[in-house]
Write a protein that binds this ligand. Structure first.
Ligand SMILES: O=C(O)[C@H](CS(=O)(=O)O)OP(=O)(O)O
Ligand SMILES: [Mg+2]
Length: 220
């Protein structure tokens, strides 16, 4: 399997298979939303678009990162989301990095959104593909929690028996983990970092596809 690990700005052309990685916290949150019953997640390009989509679809819920804001129902925190009842609901998600990454590769034939909580299920879907582009969404490709997760999934997709400890340690000692733990970032729960490091917490992968004019994420 040929693998590339790219930052969002370094993407050029359309990969055949793209894995968009955001451990802290967009795609840990997305997985929790599905675990709490969400039917689908629509990935928005801006906060304004998220609110417009919510207004146009009664019953949809809007989710953003950072602090809560008028019109938004949820924040990008697994610790806060894990109690939510999202049965059958559609969530519109807009964050700083993860959702931007998906929209950047949206035309690829296969787009997976990944984090440690869905690592093995993601790796399973990648097996048999010749070439995979991992999008390291955080800090212009420098976010070690995302790179570590991408590298771990790549190893597992290649069938390598891999000890996850070093990858999880890198994520747990990353800048994002420190800033979340220190409360530098807003819209945070004290359990967020630990929840982002729960390897294979969920048995499903997450596939993004264009549905009409929207980029829609669903569990698979
Ligand atoms: O919500 C997050 O953790 C980040 C934004 S920040 O790091 O909190 O400022 O966004 P994401 O797109 O989930 O990396
Ligand atoms: Mg992130």
């Amino acid at each position: 399997m040929n693998t590339r690990f790219l930052a969002i700005p370094d993407l050029s052309g359309t990969p055949s298979v793209a894995v968009v990685v955001d451990v802290m916290r967009a795609f840990t949150v997305a997985a929790w939303a599905f675990a709490r019953g969400a039917e689908k997640i629509v990935l928005a390009g801006s906060l304004e678009e998220a609110l417009a989509l919510k207004a146009a679809h009664p019953g949809w819920l809007a989710l953003k990162d950072g602090p809560a804001a008028p019109g938004f129902d949820l924040v990008n925190s697994p610790g806060l989301l894990r109690q939510a009842d999202l049965g059958g609901r559609t969530v519109v998600q807009k964050t700083t990095a993860g959702t931007v990454g998906v929209l950047a590769v949206g035309e690829a034939p296969l787009v997976l959104c990944a984090s440690f909580v869905v690592a093995e299920a993601t790796a399973r879907l990648l097996r048999g593909h010749e070439s995979v582009t991992f999008v390291v969404t955080g800090e212009d490709g420098q976010a070690d929690e995302d790179l570590a997760c991408a590298q771990y999934i790549a190893r597992r997709a290649a069938g390598d028996e891999t000890d996850p400890a070093e990858f999880l340690h890198r994520a747990g000692t990353s800048r994002a983990a420190a800033e979340l733990a220190e409360g530098v970032r807003q819209g945070v729960h004290p359990d967020d970092v630990a929840l982002c490091l729960e390897l294979d917490r969920f048995p499903f992968a997450m596939v993004a596809r264009r549905e009409d004019s929207l980029m829609v994420l669903r569990p698979q």
